[in-house]
Design a protein around this ligand. Structure first.
Ligand SMILES: Cc1cc2nc3c(=O)[nH]c(=O)nc-3n(C[C@H](O)[C@H](O)[C@H](O)COP(=O)(O)OP(=O)(O)OC[C@H]3O[C@@H](n4cnc5c(N)ncnc54)[C@H](O)[C@@H]3O)c2cc1C
Length: 398
């Protein structure tokens, strides 16, 4: 049974990372927004912490996973990761993504690698490269190729919008073993930085999360050991693609937690600003006596709570060895959409104070937008949710 009491370990992580977000991230937030592509040197000391327990860095080995199922109420790495992601994103989403040591590729490694691969790659700072000029929402359209040549795979293709693509130590690249065999032939490959044939071609200039680097990566006859293919190397028409897609079950709740942290920051700023003006939210007034601002504040709180509960459920299921594909998409859909409604509402309620660069609220509005885009857009989450609820296949709803 899911337990709504916050475990002591999660409380401690929250407290620690909240302090870091407040004292280290917030003071440098505006600087790195204005100095895009500058590496935040203040964060370098945190690499070992991220490597130990960052985005999926704390996976249990397979034989330990069985234990998790049996205990039925396990607080695992997912519960800790979402709490950490929320608190750090309360500080700054872009800086959270820029923390060296753990990237979205680590969640992929955690979800798909076998134990031997997890030993080799689990502590690498890994980015994830799926998107291509001709492949976005439909991840099965990947056309980067991987051809087996002796004991090596030879990779070719172009990947765009790779978060951490410049600063990472390795890139998890999605490529196809045989385009004619469709999604079953898509596999993920770990390419270590410095491997000949892989280069960063360009850094993106962005609307928000400007502290985080977003790169175009080109692979040209890039040779990697064949043991760098994560998981099962066989092309299995019956569900091979599900293996790589499992990555999203880990990353979607995390992105929702990032939206929650950012939206909570904007909400708290707004509530404090109103309190300073002597405006207090009265919960017991009844609907018809509330001011519009009070109604808006209460609605934001309800949305924050709804996002939190969905994320916690998705993480709890993952930590307890249960399928969470539906819940991960629900958390991501709600987090992305409600998060953006909240940050925009805060700018609106604050008026010029919200729009001015004297405060961070306008930045949070820019930063949060991406949480409704990457790891599957709002529209794609709705399709996944509908498919799961209706038990439709891709052929029936896409
Ligand atoms: C800052 C940033 C960082 C990113 N980081 C990464 C990363 O680290 N790794 C990575 O691989 N990618 C990354 N991405 C890419 C991101 O995942 C894609 O942008 C996203 O998946 C959408 O793909 P697309 O841009 O090709 O849009 P498209 O797929 O072309 O979609 C365009 C619009 O059409 C809608 N749409 C598409 N298909 C449907 C449908 N069937 N029904 C209804 N609506 C539909 C979409 O929701 C969207 O609104 C990043 C993007 C950004 C902006």
């Amino acid at each position: 049974m899911i337990n709504f009491e916050i475990p002591e370990m999660v409380k401690q992580v929250r407290e620690l990372l909240h302090g870091m977000a407040k004292d280290i991230m917030r003071p440098i937030s505006r600087y790195y927004d204005e100095h895009e592509h500058t590496r935040p040197k203040e964060l370098e000391a945190f690499a070992p912490i991220m490597q130990a327990g960052g985005l999926g860095g704390g996976r249990k080995k397979k034989k330990e996973k069985k234990e998790i199922v049996e205990t039925e109420d396990k607080v695992g790495s997912n519960a800790i990761s979402i709490a950490g992601a929320e608190e750090m994103s309360w500080g700054d989403v872009g800086l959270m993504l820029a923390l060296p040591g753990s990237g979205l590729g680590n969640a992929a490694i955690s979800a798909v690698a076998n134990d031997e691969q997890f030993e080799r790659f689990g502590s690498k700072y890994a980015a994830m490269a799926i998107t291509e000029p001709g492949c976005g929402s439909d991840a099965s359209a990947v056309s980067a190729s991987a051809v087996l040549d002796g004991d090596e795979y030879v990779l070719n293709g172009e990947k765009i919008f790779v978060t951490d693509g410049d600063r990472c130590g390795a890139v998890v690249v999605w490529a196809t073993l045989d385009k004619s065999q469709g999604r079953a032939a898509i596999k993920s490959f770990v390419v270590e930085k410095g491997t000949p044939g892989m280069r960063v071609e360009k850094l993106e200039k962005k609307c928000g999360i400007r502290a985080s680097d977003t790169a175009t990566i080109v692979l040209e006859d890039c040779r990697i050991p064949k043991t760098n293919l994560l998981g099962d190397p066989e092309i299995r028409p019956d569900g091979g693609f599900k293996g790589v897609m499992k990555t999203f079950d880990n990353t979607r709740p995390l992105v929702a937690a990032m939206a929650l942290g950012c939206a909570r920051a904007a909400y708290e700023f707004t509530k404090d600003a109103y309190a300073k003006e002597g405006v207090e939210v009265k919960y017991d007034k009844g609907l018809f006596k509330q001011s519009v601002a009070e109604k808006d504040m209460i609605s934001m709180e309800a949305n924050l709570e709804a996002i939190r509960l969905l994320i916690e459920k998705a993480a709890w299921l993952a930590d307890n060895g249960r399928a969470n594909n539906l819940e991960a998409s629900m958390a991501k859909a709600k987090g992305g959409k409600a998060g953006n409604i909240i940050v925009q509402k805060c700018v609106e309620l604050l008026g010029p104070v919200g729009y001015s660069q004297d405060n961070l609220v306008e930045k949070w509005m820019r930063d949060n937008k991406v949480n409704d885009i990457y790891e599957g857009t709002q529209q794609i989450q709705m399709i996944v949710i509908a498919r799961r609820i209706l038990d439709y296949g891709r052929d029936m709803l896409s």
